[in-house]
Design a protein. Structure first.
Length: 469
């Protein structure tokens, strides 16, 4: 069980201030970045994505794992099932998780069975299943189940592989470092590098490095993160054949691909760099960072009894949040597309038993559903008198560098999604508050996100009227 827990925590690593740059010199690509092993059907017979709509992050499968027999498992989280394929892509089975899980975010398959992390549940759990879907037991999720990344310092880190210390460095920001596994001899390490272009937009380069037992860099393979149409938290895995495979959730198809290793990789991140303007002095001191954090935590810590009418009452056009069962006490505030309710407002709407909690259907905004969406949540925490969207929040803010993020700042992608920064250390992963439907959270949550997985195309902003910028 320790091995399972260690995997789900994504192999946290030690950090050192010193580092060694990757090999220099011209790139010598050898063949394509990957070879397609098979294509997974997209739609009701395979993987499904959430609808592509304004002001909501599209999402779909959250994890892929490879069994000891070489078969592939995909956490088809939007449909709440697990898909099982042989090495040629023939479907071997489907495990229906309706009634057993809310949203699977991590996955591992061993000789002992299938282990799926229900990260979106009110109380996250680790489900131990047989390959045919029988529940063996429910286990408490590791206490650090969201700590997927090591704390990284600057653009360098020291990784201990057995008795060898390997120095890992990138040219820009090192924002992800994960030991994927071994091929019996060498070790594969995922390295995520972040750079902002001249407009401040974030770009990601995800590379798998292959290290020998002596710590020598034997090869590199690029995972084309830019081809992902939806974020996949666990997109890479090492097979029993010693090869590295990735799940590519593209706009029109889903591929299981084998990565191609080569001596060098050509750079793909923008050559130009972001040079922010000086932040303007606030025209009025309207909010402190501590107040923003207090308001955000009020959403997270909210506890409210919801009646059967609140959870399942008639509300034409409403999509019921997936974490809600029947009547009972629930934490947080429900996701409601286009919603702008305060915590007290949400609770007040629930108490008479006439309104419904949340709406994950983005086709329209229903008056009978109550809650908050991503930009409504940020608008409330910033103390705005009206709801601003992801397209208009930048008008109240100034673009800033990744390294200067502080509590109360935001990461925003116009027309898609926005998250509020909680804690952030140098170039490490970001702990955020957000109102999101991704992975079936369907409420306001506080979690640690992998920048390489989630933040390509986002921009960091700081509210102009902070009292303590």
């Amino acid at each position: 069980m320790k091995q399972i827990t260690r995997f789900l925590l994504a192999s946290a690593v030690l950090v050192a201030l010193s580092g060694m740059s990757p090999p220099q010199g011209p790139a010598r690509p050898i063949g394509p970045e990957y070879t397609v092993v098979f294509e997974v059907p997209l739609g009701e017979d395979g993987v499904q994505y959430s609808p592509l709509r304004e002001e909501q992050q599209q999402w779909g499968p959250m994890a892929m794992a490879i069994a000891p027999d070489g078969s592939f498992w995909v956490a088809n989280t939007y449909s709440n099932n697990l898909l099982h394929y042989d090495a040629r892509g023939t479907r071997l089975g489907t495990v229906d998780l309706n009634g057993q899980a809310v949203g699977i975010t991590r996955l591992q398959v061993t000789a002992d069975g299938v282990f799926a992390l229900d990260g979106a549940a009110m109380t996250p759990e680790l489900l131990h299943l047989t390959p045919d879907g029988r529940l063996v037991q429910r286990l408490p999720a590791p206490a650090e189940q969201e700590s997927l990344l090591a704390n990284l310092v600057s653009s360098r880190a020291s990784l201990t592989l057995g008795k060898t210390s390997v120095q890992i460095a990138v040219d820009d920001h090192l924002v992800g470092l994960e030991v994927l596994g071994r091929n019996g001899r060498d070790t594969y390490v995922m390295v995520d590098e972040l750079k902002q272009d001249r407009t401040g937009t974030i770009h990601i380069d995800r590379v798998v490095r292959q290290y020998t037992p002596a710590g020598r860099l034997a090869g590199m393979a690029r995972f084309p993160i830019g081809e992902q149409a939806v974020p996949v938290e666990q997109a890479l895995a090492v097979g029993p054949d010693g090869q590295v495979y990735g799940l590519l959730a593209q706009a029109g198809r889903v591929l299981v691909a084998r990565l191609s290793f080569m001596p060098r990789l050509a750079p793909i991140l923008p050559e130009d760099s972001f040079e922010p303007v000086s932040a303007p002095q606030p025209t009025a001191c309207t909010v402190y960072r501590s107040t923003i954090a207090s308001r955000a935590n009020a959403y997270i810590n909210n506890s409210k009894y919801l009646s059967g009418t609140n959870t399942d009452g008639a509300c034409a056009g409403r999509g019921k949040p997936r974490y809600l069962g029947g009547a009972g006490t629930y934490y947080s505030v429900s996701y409601d597309w286009n919603g702008f309710d305060s915590v007290s407002g949400f609770n007040g709407y629930m108490s008479p038993g006439t309104s419904q909690a949340g709406d994950i259907n983005t086709a329209a905004s229903e008056g009978c559903s109550k809650g908050v969406d991503c930009s409504g949540f940020v608008s409330r925490t910033w103390g705005l008198s009206e709801k601003y969207g992801t397209g208009t929040l930048p008008g109240l803010s100034t673009a800033i560098t990744w390294a200067s993020l502080k509590q109360g700042d935001i990461l925003n992608k116009a027309g898609v999604h926005v998250v509020l920064i909680n804690t952030y250390t140098s170039t490490s992963s970001a702990n955020v508050w957000e109102a999101t439907t991704t992975a079936s959270y369907d409420r306001v949550v506080k979690r640690t996100i992998n920048p390489g997985t989630y933040l390509s195309g986002y921009t960091a902003y700081r509210y102009n009227n902070l009292c303590n910028p």
